[in-house]
Design a protein around this ligand. Structure first.
Ligand SMILES: Cc1ncc(COP(=O)(O)O)c(C=O)c1O
Length: 387
């Protein structure tokens, strides 16, 4: 038996060795990057400036349009809270926000708050059975409403489907709407803020083998008068987000982004092959439904239901040997019939019995073989108990 196997990379990716090495030296070095009068402060600020430069290269934007946050949750909250207030100043007659059930709670909850605060309608756009935003429905809703703001993820965190983000951005902008894209789960897609001509974009380090506790907000509106911080205090980051920057985390994040950009396509192919191998192995024994397009998704992600198998029991039985998840980590044990499953027409019973596996960089072929074996034995047991 090999050691316990982790197949929950959509929830969290551990730091890569390169990231740990990049951060290692920094923990014991004194100096606050915001101390502007001595060498120790300057050297830390230099590291931050270098990190910003490499993010700007990778995500094709200018450093001035980037802001560090504590993660994607804060970046989403800042984009929505401050971005909608600014958009309302520019376009006071618009009265509608569009989003969909593909979004993470750190998008949906702030959208509800902003809608109530600014007296806006919050409308959910349809999703196809493939797990992709229905662009026809989006077009209708843009036609029939005066839309101020649209929030859409680039890759969904539960069923892993990639969205037609270029088309979506162009369509929304042709109606004058401001577009916010949560790209936290889009590790394997090319992201060019310039080509996308996006308004707001969110990233998180711990989804790309960087440390937890740091994220990024890109926006071309950061330096516009009227874009106000949600965390105020000192004048760090031009007063747009107060608080001392965590230098080791920022450096680890930048290293993670560099490492991923160097190996992205090869890594995606390897993970995709392992994911398909696992699915093929399981299909030898069970009737399996995969939710969302198999082709157009995060390469490691499988959201599936095994006919006749209760996923809660399955997950319990395989502890501590195999880790996967019953939904998004942020929903914990919230096993209600999720609006996303309803939107893509997955019946309640099947939705309640589905689970999410995500293969990642550190996963080996041997681990996937072992995982297939563990699931097969446990699922056969559960099925036989029903007979
Ligand atoms: C799509 C998406 N957005 C935002 C988040 C929140 O990210 P963070 O943990 O960096 O706050 C997650 C985390 O799972 C996510 O999947």
């Amino acid at each position: 038996m090999i050691k316990n196997i982790y197949l929950d990379y959509n929830s969290h990716t551990p730091c890569s060795l390169r990231v740990v090495q990049a951060m290692n030296d920094l923990w014991q070095q004194p100096g606050n990057p915001h101390s502007i009068n001595h060498y120790f402060g300057w050297s830390k600020q230099q590291l931050i400036d270098d990190a910003l430069k490499s993010f700007a290269d990778i995500y094709d934007c200018v450093e001035e349009d980037l802001l560090f946050t504590s993660g994607a949750t804060e970046a989403n909250n800042l984009a929505i809270c401050s971005g909608i207030a600014l958009a309302k100043l520019v376009n006071p007659n618009a009265d509608t926000i569009l989003t969909s059930h593909l979004e993470h709670k750190s998008v949906l909850n702030p959208l509800e708050i902003a809608a109530a605060k600014h007296n806006l309608r919050l409308i959910y756009v349809g999703i196809t059975a493939e797990g992709i935003i229905d662009l026809e429905d989006l077009q209708n809703k843009l036609n029939n409403n005066n839309v101020l703001w649209v929030s859409c993820c680039m890759t969904n965190g539960v069923i892993g489907t990639n969205q037609s983000i270029h088309q979506l951005v162009q369509l929304c902008q042709s109606f004058g709407a401001v577009v916010h894209v949560d790209a936290s789960q889009a590790a394997y897609l090319d992201i060019s803020c310039h080509d996308l001509d996006i308004d707001y974009l969110t990233l998180s380090a711990h989804k790309i083998y960087g440390p937890s506790g740091v994220g990024l907000l890109f926006s071309k509106h950061l330096n516009q008068a009227g874009f106000l911080p949600i965390i105020s205090g000192g004048s760090q980051q031009n007063g747009l987000r107060a608080g001392t920057l965590p230098v080791p985390l920022v450096i680890g994040f930048a290293e993670a982004a560099k490492e991923l950009s160097e190996n992205k396509d090869m890594e995606a192919k390897r993970i995709d092959d392992l994911r398909n191998y696992l699915l093929t192995e399981l299909r030898k024994f069970f009737s399996i439904t995969v939710h969302g397009s198999l082709k157009n998704r995060h390469p490691g992600n499988l959201h599936l239901a095994i006919d006749g198998v209760n996923s809660i029991q399955l997950l319990n039985i395989v502890q501590p040997h195999l880790a996967f998840s019953l939904g998004s980590a942020c929903d914990g044990m919230n096993l209600e019939y999720s609006p996303l499953m309803q939107a893509i027409n997955v019946p309640r019973d099947e939705a309640e019995h589905s689970f999410r596996i995500c293969i990642g960089r550190m996963t080996t072929k041997k681990e996937v073989e072992e995982a297939a074996n563990i699931i097969t034995v446990a699922a056969k047991n559960l099925i036989s108990q029903l007979r």
